[in-house]
Design a protein around this ligand. Structure first.
Ligand code: DGP
Ligand code: NA
Ligand code: NA
Length: 211
């Protein structure tokens, strides 16, 4: 027993924000930063378009199908629930997860359609809760001017403003780390790795909570 090494659980680090603020790039950079420090780390993203549920979500996002807003919301939520076991498995085996969108995207995007906030939130209750939430913040006009904006369903300026408002007025808690995304990639990555470095020691022995 004594010579068995104690495994610290992995950290659940989440990136949130509206479309085109640079989440995916920052996820990649943080995964690399942590792996370079010999901390085993994996990237994960939601929606996971590779599962059967994800295939339906993908068709909706690419405008090839329509769906009732609540039915769609439940599919996005299911797409997270179906990943729950693999999230726990990774964290409990000491692997850090850097996740691109999660429950807060779910609530923000559906509530922005005018659907009751609490109803949206209820579907997420019981999912593993992120340890660190990094919110990439940017002016909606600037984000919508970025390359490739407009290709998918939700990429309309007025809608993006509503989503941003729900994130910032209803979802954000003092625990969220707000990072100004309107700077060069390296500056943002450095700020994020500093944040995560600090959290690594604080969080590693805490139990995983649920939303
Ligand atoms: P991304 O692959 O990060 O570009 O996400 C795809 C789009 O889907 C993006 O516009 C955000 C949106 N989205 C992500 N998660 C959810 C969710 O749970 N519910 C809804 N309605 N939209 C979501
Ligand atoms: Na997108
Ligand atoms: Na999702």
């Amino acid at each position: 027993q004594q010579n068995k090494e104690m495994i610290n659980r992995g950290l659940f680090i989440l990136f949130e924000g509206v479309d085109r603020v640079g989440k995916s790039t920052q996820v990649q950079n943080l995964v690399k930063f942590l792996n370079d420090k010999q901390l085993s780390t994996k990237a994960m993203r939601f929606p996971d378009r590779t599962t059967p549920i994800g295939t339906i979500i993908n068709a909706y996002l690419q405008n090839s199908t329509n769906m009732d807003d609540r039915a769609l919301h439940l599919l996005f939520s299911s797409n997270r629930w179906e990943a729950k076991d693999s999230i726990y498995q990774a964290l409990n085996s000491g692997v850090n997860l850097v996740v691109d969108r999660y429950s807060y995207s779910g609530v923000a995007y559906t509530a922005a359609k005018g659907i009751d906030f609490d109803w949206c939130y209820a579907c997420e209750k019981g999912l593993p809760e992120p340890d660190v939430i990094i919110y990439l913040s940017m002016n909606s006009e600037d984000a919508t001017k970025r390359g490739d904006f407009g290709g998918e369903r939700y990429e309309k300026l007025e809608f993006q403003k509503k989503i941003k408002d729900i994130y910032e007025s209803k979802l954000m808690t003092p625990k969220w780390k707000v990072v100004d995304a309107n700077r060069d990639i390296e500056t943002i990555s450095k700020e994020i790795s500093d944040i995560v470095n600090k959290e690594l020691d604080i969080i590693k022995n805490k139990q995983i909570s649920t939303i």
